[in-house]
Ligand binder design. Structure first.
Ligand code: N01
Length: 546
């Protein structure tokens, strides 16, 4: 028997015989809600958080301009009426500091912080079948035991730092957008280079450009970006939602991605309209801004020809904004719109009209190496004071696979997922009893409003624990057939969409050697919820209890 070291308030002594009910890995929005539900139902729980405080993705991603692409009134918890009534957002799209403040507010309001060990990573999880408990090993060399593990580890929590030759030789300041320092970075009079043109880069480029002496953007794949039209929140609008917040939430839960119920979208095909009428509608949707533009007609998200019309509308907007026609063409994406995550921006394309901002395409001529002074592309060397890696994440599986997770019969998650992630409902993994993933592979996760999906997952897990208690079950595990069917049907749905047509991080294509599987469930949030509900209502088919 291994005992944990001396007890303190959030350092309980646990053993195989006296385990905690729940270990939660991560204290972002998923971990916080899991702790809240555990506390509310009288379950003993402890969370481990790698960061120094709560907030998860909003704790780490402090780069200039970081803000949420889902509107503030939708990107928040719905579980507590007083909470949603009393919290006031200041902007249509909340910026990172405000979202982090909200996460802190929730932690304080529901006294969750006492149950979190910060600056602590879970490095190992091992299922002890004879005791039906998980042994949890942390980076502090502590050991805990728990009946259940909730992996609230986030989808975009392991940064992707490409292995450029000489990467660590750069002598200036180097940052990754996903691990931004807590102190503001001073760009004044500095020459800045930024690699990547995904959401993080597209948000930060206009802000950095305002301050620095010179900015060079290295673009491998041009991205579609839709204007946010951000601004102070319309108070009357916020109040009208608060007057019946539950109905607003319910409406959004019926949406494919669990948000955007109030945004314009049309039932008709883009081909039902003549060019003028069609463009008027695109124009109206562009003026509204934000995510969802690419699926504003019934077929622009699903039919290649319809999609090309939407894509060309955006390309024409880029051409109309960027004065240098060569730069404009370089900024025009050629992939399916919506295949890679569409970005939302403030002044992104217009920033390239500034004389001190330069775009360098590395599509055909990749970054060759990083030097102490900067980087080399072909026969050109660029010199910088600051180099920013906006190169994204080892998404959805990266963080889970960094933890040494050993399930029943000694099988590790790395072995199990060698050919790509496999889950049942995006919640459970065969061979790994009593371990739940939140917004992991097989869940609508990154294709949905994350907070809505998180609440749904945690509610389902907590109901499942209640159902287990009722039947006096000690363990639950997905069956191999249920898992295979879920993976198979997920792949089939994805194959029928436009998503597999480009190299996106949804497919794992951004990380060399990562198996190419479309990871999120693409059947839409409402369908997903219906399946999960059916499983719970019918005594959990696809699971075995022990
Ligand atoms: O990362 P990304 P991100 N050489 O993977 C390039 C969410 N998010 O941090 O496309 C040169 O999208 C890479 O090029 P390519 C959102 O879901 C949300 O920006 O692979 N370039 C790409 O341009 C988003 O999708 C919000 O060819 C290289 C860039 O780096 C997700 O996070 C805000 C390269 C990475 O883009 C990730 O966004 C921010 C190389 N070797 C993020 N390797 C909001 O809600 C990679 N790249 C607001």
């Amino acid at each position: 028997m291994i005992e944990t070291p001396s007890p303190s308030q959030n350092k309980p002594v646990t053993t195989e015989q006296t385990p905690l009910e729940l270990i939660v890995v991560g204290a972002g929005f998923a971990g916080l809600y899991a702790l809240y539900r555990a506390q509310a139902s009288g379950r003993s729980a402890l969370a481990f958080e790698r960061g120094g405080d709560v907030g998860g993705t909003w704790y780490w991603n402090r780069y200039p301009g970081a803000r949420c692409d889902v509107q503030s009134m939708e990107y928040s918890y719905s579980f507590d009426e007083d909470l949603q009534q009393s919290w006031d957002w200041s902007e249509r799209y909340a910026a990172q500091p405000e979202i982090l403040k909200y996460a802190n507010h929730v932690s304080d309001r529901f006294a969750l912080r006492d149950r979190i060990q910060f600056n602590t990573s879970v490095i190992g999880l091992r299922y002890l079948a004879e005791h039906q408990v998980w042994r949890v090993e942390t980076s502090n060399n502590d050991m805990y035991f728990a009946r259940f593990c909730i992996m609230a580890t986030g989808c975009l929590s392991s940064t992707n730092l490409p292995d450029f030759e000489g990467r660590d030789s750069f002598a200036g300041e180097a940052y990754h957008t996903g691990q931004w320092p807590h102190e503001p970075v001073n760009f004044k009079n500095k020459r800045v280079g930024i690699i990547g043109t995904g959401s993080s880069s597209i948000q930060s480029i206009p802000i950095i450009a305002r301050e620095c002496k010179h900015l060079t953007v290295f673009q491998r794949t041009a991205n579609y970006s839709i204007p946010a039209h951000n601004g102070p929140i319309d108070e009357a609008y916020a109040q009208s939602i608060k007057a019946d917040y539950q109905s607003f939430r319910a409406l959004n839960r019926q949406m494919f991605a669990a948000f955007g119920a109030h945004s314009s979208r049309w039932e008709e095909s883009v081909f039902d309209l003549d060019e003028t009428a069609r463009d008027e509608k695109f124009e109206a949707r562009w003026s509204e801004g934000g995510l969802g533009f690419s699926s504003s007609f019934s077929d622009t998200g699903s039919d290649l020809k319809a999609n090309q019309i939407a894509a060309e509308f955006v390309r024409n907007k880029i051409r109309a904004t960027v004065k240098d026609p060569i730069v404009a063409e370089q900024l025009c994406p050629d992939q399916v719109i919506g295949c890679k995550r569409v970005c939302v921006d403030t002044d992104y394309y217009a920033t390239y009209n500034l004389p001190h901002v330069k775009l360098v395409s590395v599509k055909d001529n990749p970054i060759e190496r990083i030097t102490p002074q900067g980087l080399v592309v072909g026969d050109q060397e660029f010199e910088f004071d600051v180099l920013i890696f906006a190169t994204g994440f080892d998404a959805m599986t990266g963080t889970l696979l960094k933890i040494n997770i050993e399930g029943r019969d000694g099988i590790t998650l790395t072995e199990k997922w060698a050919d790509g992630p496999k889950t049942y409902l995006g919640l459970c993994i065969q061979g790994f009893p009593n371990l739940f993933t939140v917004s992991g592979p097989g869940s609508p996760s990154v294709l949905s409003n994350m907070i809505v999906t998180i609440e749904q997952h945690i509610n389902w897990i907590m109901d499942c624990l209640d159902a287990m208690a009722e039947r006096s079950a000690n363990s639950i595990e997905a069956t191999i057939d249920a898992e295979s069917n879920w993976v198979h049907s997920g792949n089939e749905i994805a194959a029928g969409t436009l998503f597999p047509t480009c190299n996106s991080w949804y497919l794992g294509a951004n990380v060399p050697g990562k198996p190419r599987i479309f990871m999120p469930y693409v059947g839409g949030f409402p369908n997903y919820v219906a399946v999960c509900q059916e499983v719970a209502d019918n005594d959990y088919p696809g699971f075995s209890f022990g």
